[in-house]
Design a protein around this ligand. Structure first.
Ligand code: BES
Ligand code: ZN
Length: 458
């Protein structure tokens, strides 16, 4: 391993330069105009994976964006086979004017590299490619069998991945799945994540009168769709943060006293949290701590809202239309489809006759808890300790990674969530970045991990 570490240390700069190339490609999965960029990104990865020595490297087309696959399966049957998953698509960049450097011109400031996708997830996925490269260049082999898939639709809910996995069970068959698409607990606290929230994402399109009206002539006599929508949204959650949709909490598994105690043991400073976000106080469901709210309680949030006149100055108008996008983050054992129905029934019930509401669902993801009592977790703890020189902690997350459940169901393989990001790296927001020291420590950890996993008998 010394030689491998030497290779990783010696190539620090060139790894960063390669990451810069990858981060230059604007592979935004939601935007139709970025389709070509998504293809370019898949091609870049395909040739890079080939260059570092992976075999059977291939881009699989789907009805949406392509999936890039590669493997190295020459370690023998008595060695484990892992599947590394990552995603190369990124979120949109707006609002663009809040970025300090252009989102697709990777810029290093201090220890950080700034670009859309730096931490979510190109930088984190790249960690594993570099560790594989180090093993293959130095030892001409990997200590275990490795498969890797990089998808281009994670940020839009992985609509074509389930089908791909279903149709390629043999190709993807593995003992464990390794995913680096979460954050560490803190800068010097390496972590294994064992819980992700699910997601149910809805859109409300409200229509009042069939055209915009003069707000003086018609105001007071005709319902305003923006006012009506605001009323509907207000009725979804009370002032203490409790969600008011009947049946919403029915399947929620309450935290055990032990788990609460584990959460409480983690270092946490609420004042710092408040200060960093420039808020006066935290807000959330009554009776739970901030960590419990973030990791283990379901939530409901308006992600976007529109309607009426948004231009400069005042235009007196009673608009015809208004709309909102609302997400609900779910915890075990809430089912997105069931929540979708409860939400729809409730909104229909509270919608006044004076307006029409169209309710539609976009992507869903199931919540996940991954097992932590297995050899691959124990190996991950050792690898993290080796890579960071610090003992790791267990944590949960509020975000979602749809594939974790699919893989559990279709391939019967547990996921190991090894995050190398940090909680304040502006995921999905302007000035997204990745800490380059963690990028380096991540590569070392991944390299040690392959070695640790080879000690497990298959
Ligand atoms: N990397 C995130 C998931 C994540 C976010 C994990 C925060 C831990 C903390 C992932 O790329 C993501 O953003 N997922 C989406 C999934 C959705 C579109 C189905 C999410 O959580 O919004
Ligand atoms: Zn994301």
């Amino acid at each position: 391993m010394d030689e491998i570490k030497k290779y990783i240390d010696g190539n620090k700069e060139s790894f960063i330069n390669e990451l810069k190339d990858l981060l230059t490609i604007p592979s935004i999965s939601t935007n139709a105009e970025n389709k070509k960029d998504i293809e370019d990104c898949a091609n870049w990865l395909q040739s890079h994976m080939h260059d570092i020595g992976l075999e059977n490297v291939k881009t699989y087309q789907t009805e949406g964006h392509p999936i890039v696959y590669g493997d190295w399966l020459n370690a023998g049957d008595n060695k484990l086979t892992i599947l590394i998953y990552g995603h190369y698509d990124v979120q949109p960049v707006d609002p663009l004017d809040l970025w300090n450097s252009p989102p697709f011109s990777p810029t290093i400031v201090g220890e950080n590299i700034y670009a859309r996708g730096a931490t979510d997830d190109k930088g984190q996925a790249f960690v594993h490619l570099k560790s594989i490269e180090a093993h293959l260049k130095v030892k001409k082999k990997l200590p275990i069998n490795v498969k890797i898939i990089l998808e281009g639709e994670e940020e839009i809910g992985s609509p074509n991945l389930d089908g791909f996995i279903e149709n390629n069970k043999d190709l993807l068959k593995c003992d464990y799945v390794i995913i680096s698409d979460t954050a560490m607990y803190d800068y010097d606290i390496p972590s294994i994540c064992y819980g992700l929230k699910g997601l149910c994402y809805m859109e409300l399109d409200v229509t009042g009168p069939n055209k915009d009206l003069h707000s003086g002539s018609f105001g007071g006599a005709v319902e305003n769709p923006i006012n009506a929508l605001a009323n509907i949204i207000t009725k979804l959650k009370d002032e203490k943060g409790k969600i008011l949709i009947p049946g919403f909490y029915d399947d929620v598994i309450e935290l055990t006293a032990e788990e609460k105690e584990e959460f409480r043991k983690l270092p946490y400073n609420e004042d710092e949290f408040i200060k960093e976000l420039d808020i006066e106080e935290v807000f959330g469901e009554e009776g739970y701590t901030t960590i419990e709210r973030k990791w283990a309680r379901p939530t409901l949030d308006c992600n976007g809202i529109w309607g009426g006149f948004q231009g400069e100055g005042a235009k007196t108008v009673l608009p015809s239309k208004a709309g909102a996008k609302i997400s609900m983050r779910l915890v075990p054992d809430q089912e997105p489809e069931k929540i979708e129905k409860l939400f729809t029934d409730y909104v229909n019930k509270i919608t006044p006759k004076s307006i029409k509401v169209k309710i539609s669902a976009s992507h869903n993801a199931k919540p996940a808890i991954t097992p932590i009592d297995n050899d691959a977790i124990r190996a991950a703890m050792k690898a993290l300790e080796h890579g960071f020189g610090i003992e790791p902690v267990f944590m949960r997350e509020g975000g979602s990674i749809p594939v974790v459940n699919t893989i559990q169901d279709l391939l019967d393989a547990p996921s190991i969530l090894l995050g190398f990001g940090l909680p304040n790296e502006n995921t999905h927001s302007p000035n997204e970045h990745l800490n380059l020291r963690n990028f380096h420590r991540g590569i070392l950890t991944s390299a040690y991990y392959l070695e640790e996993l080879s000690k497990i008998n298959n």
